[in-house]
Each structure stands twice: as C-alpha cells, then as structure tokens.
Design a protein. Sequence first.
Length: 348
Amino acid sequence: MLPTVVMQRAREEFLDWHGTGLSVMELGHRTPEFIGIAEQAEANLREILSIPDNFAVLFLQGGATSQFSMVPLNLTAPGDRVDALYTGLWSGKALKEAGRYCSVSVAASSEHNHFTAIPNTSDWQLSANARYVYFTDNETVHGMEFQQTPKTGEVPLVSDMTSNFLTRPIDFSAYGLIFAGAQKNLGPAGLTLVIVREDLLGNARQDIPRLYDYAFNAKERSMANTPPTFCWYMAGLVLQWIKQEGGIPVMEQRAIARSSKLYQLIDASEFFSNPVTTGSRSRMNIPFLLRDESLNNTFLKEAKSHGLVALAGHRSVGGMRASLYNAMPEAGVDCLAGFMADFERRYG
Ligand SMILES: Cc1ncc(COP(=O)(O)O)c(C=O)c1O
C-alpha cells in the first residue's frame, strides 16, 4: 500500500507540478525543479533515519535483485570471502548470486527448521577475514525478521532491508551497506535505494559496467543516466508523509501494534496457525495457514468480497500472508482480524 494522502497529492499535482505547467513525469532530470525534488527526498531520508554524513545515498534502478550482484562486485575481489546468514528465500537468492563472484560461507542457516526460526547467535560461525556479513533483515516470504542488529565485531554488515526499510531505527555504526527495493515502504516499484559507507567505495572490479559501480553513481549523484524520476518524486512524498506522521518511532510503534494484533488472533485460534517462532516473527509479513487447506480458495474469495486482497502466500510456500507495510492503517488489520474470526466461526 501507499499512503492515500500521498496518492491524492500526486494526483493533484500530476498535470501541473507547482505551477510549471508540466507533470513531474515531463520534467527533465537535470532541471532545477527535479534536482530540488531529488535533493529534498534525500535530505528527508537522511533526517528520518539519522544517516551519518560518511554514508552515501544512491537512488538506483534494477530492483533489490540487482544488489545481489552489485554488492559482491563492488565490495569483494575474486576469491574474497563473505559470510552470509541463510534465513529464507531472499537471502538464499542473494547468496547464490554472490557465490558467482566470491567465496560465500553460510555462517548460519534456518534451512533445517524450514525457515521458522533465526539461528541463535551462539551458533553463528563467523570468520574474521570476511569482507562483510550478509543478511536479509526481513524475509518477506517466510515472515521472519531479525529482532536485533547482528553483532559481527569489526566486520561490516550488509543488509537487504527491502521489506522492512523505514519501519524502525537503523544503527549505522554496524553497517557497511544497506539496500532496499522501494516497492514495500518507500514508493512505487522501479527505484532501488543503496546506503553505503563512503570508505567502502572505489573498490569495484574493473571489468564491470560503470553503471554497476557505486563510486561512479555516488560521484554522479545517482544521475549518471536518467533516473526513475517519477518513482524518486513519489518516494519523496512518502518520506514527507513519514516525517509528518512523526517519523520512524511512529512507524515502528504502528508496525508493532498492527502485527501484534494479528499474531494474537492467530495464536488464540485453533484454525489458523503461524509457523514462525515468537522471537523471529516479522512485523511486516505474517504468513498463516488454515487448518483445512481445502478452504484456501474459499478464504481468498470471501476475503476479496470484504475488500481484503493480496492475501495469498508466496507461490513457493502456499498458505496465506498478510503484508502490513507502513501505509496499512490499523483499521485494515481490524477488518482482516474481524473477517478471520468470522471465517473460523463459520468453517472451524
Ligand atoms: C527482502 C527482499 N529482497 C529482494 C526482493 C527482490 O526485489 P526486486 O523485485 O526489487 O528485485 C524482494 C521482493 O519482494 C524482497 O522482499
């Protein structure tokens, strides 16, 4: 979801942005008008997340998936070692891709428990010579989220925060790089955000496309070529909205309130279940199963008639999944919870 007020604002200024007689979609990316939009978005992001000055913020394209290659191509040399935490579908994809460019060591894995619990930190096998430790802060498909920033000593963390970006504070002192596809909490699909510590820039492999080089993008202020201007503008409006709502503390508090409500209902029910252990549960994506799976289609059909959509689980795991991103109002969760309770009464 995107916040309704953001979409209303975009609609209002769609044909004529601030009296220019032009749509944002028609503004050249090097015009003072668009540069203003771009800079304001970055300033708001820096303020909201308290991003330290020694981090560059890049507004790129290619989706979060592009970062599965860009990260190792920029931060490792062939043969270098990186540690990875394998906790679900997205970290699995990322470490497979990274393995094409460097030596990936799985320091801990949730595979044996079918991705229902984040491995205990005491079981992680970290190596002192790893370039970085890679993890997926929120596993969107399996509904698992790290509850604390992993501790890796001197070795910097690299994290895919695609599905929980802007939902809680980030302790930048532990991180070398963070990336996020915009499409969950930041704006429409098409924009990929990278926040990278500046001392890590300038180590990209020589034979990669220049557009894949973080240092080049940082130097060109994310405008080496035409950026996704409309997405950048929309992200700017979302960031303004977050700021007006009270910033990250409010987003975090709402995320906890929304997800707790749904977990409580699921845990109290004999009919619905969530397989993830309590200490690993996501505040963003809540997968759940119906006791009788033959009712899945009925559940989805009836949900849709109540205006509740996008509840089918990811095709790789089945079942259901409620995604509760920042723009989801608590009333949305109440509506889902009411529907689920009623469904259980009728079919349970
Ligand atoms: C955690 C995570 N990483 C990566 C991706 C892939 O993002 P993209 O489609 O932008 O490449 C997704 C998509 O949902 C995701 O949830």
